[in-house]
Design a protein around this ligand. Structure first.
Ligand SMILES: Nc1nc2c(ncn2[C@@H]2O[C@H](COP(=O)(O)OP(=O)(O)OP(=O)(O)O)[C@@H](O)[C@H]2O)c(=O)[nH]1
Length: 234
């Protein structure tokens, strides 16, 4: 089989408190739509989108999980096999910000350390913000993740979230990371560079910056077996 016939498929879970905009983000990214109505997710939902990253076709399977605690038992079963994670909180919901650590742990318990982006959503409501920019930066640093500020409503930086994760996963597939212990000991600079913040206010990461994403009709291709133990639950 030729290299160009291979396709990478990545399972991505979206976690965070209820109402922070997880479903909206996936709908925006996969369907290009946004609705003001709030319909809480029951259990899990699933959408996918195919993109091109670093010359590679990548199929992102996006698992939208319920943020309400009552669904915890159901949703965590769906974390298994995920290769990347979006951890979202809302600019106008302090509890959602404070819950970020525990969401990170819940995912880690099922998946181990996987590439994760912290998303501060609803940045369009910045004038009503209950989270200081410095606090958000500190959180990202503490969790060792990149922070991306988004507005799903205004379609700001949503593309950057998934592009960053896909790129990070591809990089890890090509060049698997060292064990955590070695990672800290050998390459602290690498770790620090991943904690960079992509801000809505940065002109180089605006929503106009999505020209390189290519949507393609589904083709029958043999998938690279990069899913490890992903999607067995399907
Ligand atoms: N102003 C603003 N509202 C947003 C944004 N993103 C989502 N919303 C709104 O926030 C509400 C909750 O969005 P959802 O996407 O349903 O939230 P969720 O995190 O999936 O919630 P659960 O399903 O309960 O986990 C909806 O009314 C959305 O329209 C945003 O960027 N800005």
């Amino acid at each position: 089989m030729r290299e160009e016939e291979l396709e990478v498929a990545l399972k991505v879970v979206i976690v965070g408190n209820g109402g922070v905009g997880k479903s909206s983000m996936i709908q925006r990214y996969c369907k290009g739509t946004f609705t003001k109505d709030y319909k809480k997710t029951i259990g899990v939902d699933f959408l996918e989108r195919q993109i091109e990253v670093d010359g590679e076709e990548v199929r992102l399977m996006l698992w939208d999980t319920a943020g309400q605690e009552e669904f915890d038992a159901i949703t965590k079963a769906y974390y298994r096999g995920a290769q990347a994670c979006v951890l979202a909180f809302s600019t106008v919901d302090r509890d959602s910000f404070e819950a970020a650590h525990s969401w990170k742990l819940k995912v880690e318990n099922e998946c181990g350390e996987i590439p994760t982006v912290i998303v501060q959503n609803k940045i369009d409501l910045i004038d009503q913000s209950v989270v200081n920019p410095e606090e958000a930066d500190l959180l990202a640093r503490a969790l060792g993740c990149r922070l991306i500020r988004t507005s799903v409503k205004e379609d700001l930086n949503v593309v950057a979230v998934f592009r960053h994760l896909a790129s990070k996963c591809l990089q890890e597939l090509r060049d698997p990371p060292l064990h955590d212990y070695d990672y800290f000991a050998a390459a602290p600079a690498t770790f620090a560079s991943d904690s960079l913040t992509i801000s809505t206010f940065s002109p180089s990461h605006s929503s106009k910056n999505n020209g390189t994403i290519v949507l393609r009709p589904h083709k029958q291709k043999k998938k690279k077996n990069v899913l490890k133990n992903a999607c067995r639950i399907l």
